[in-house]
Design a protein around this ligand. Structure first.
Ligand code: ATP
Ligand code: MG
Length: 138
């Protein structure tokens, strides 16, 4: 199925100069980047983005982290791209992530795990519309 997903290079990825590495892996894997820009969320915007995690013990910390610096947001498009990109990212905790995944190779912490990817078509749609306007969406 043709899908779109929302990808973020998180503030740790940007500040550690990993943008090129992450984008290189997407391209090497054949994932098409349909839109891309750099943004900076404030605390309220980060809370809005991670609304589904409200009330969890890591919510305050992860929203502080996500608003701590610029992020790169991208729309990836392609067959089965939600699953394919999640596979490329690896598990949330880099210690559990498979060999060759972005998180295994670059993450330093369960929270500071370099990348985000939507986990379902419904959430991809919500997240894409959170960051991109109609003129920017491919
Ligand atoms: P993402 O939504 O960022 O793609 P994910 O779907 O793998 O990651 P989620 O369970 O949605 O994981 O958690 C969202 C983010 O919150 C994680 O990527 C991580 O940055 C942070 N996080 C999740 N679990 C923990 C935890 N136990 N301790 C600290 N931070 C966490
Ligand atoms: Mg998630």
């Amino acid at each position: 199925m043709m899908e779109k997903t929302l990808s973020i290079i998180k503030p740790d990825g940007v500040s550690r100069n990993l943008m090129g590495d992450v984008i290189g892996r997407l391209e090497k894997e054949g994932l098409k980047i349909g839109a891309i820009k750099m943004i900076r969320m404030n605390k309220a915007q980060a809370k809005g983005f991670y609304k589904v995690h409200e009330g969890k013990p890591f919510f305050e910390s992860v929203t502080d982290f996500m608003s701590s610096g610029p992020c790169v947001v991208m729309i990836l498009e392609g067959e089965n791209v939600i699953f394919r990109y999640r596979e490329l990212m690896g598990a949330t905790n880099f210690k559990d992530a498979a060999e060759g995944t972005i998180r295994r190779d670059f993450a330093t912490d369960i929270e500071k795990n370099v990348v985000h990817g939507s986990d379902s078509p419904e959430n991809a749609d919500i997240e894409i519309n959170y960051f991109f306007n109609a003129l920017e969406i491919p």
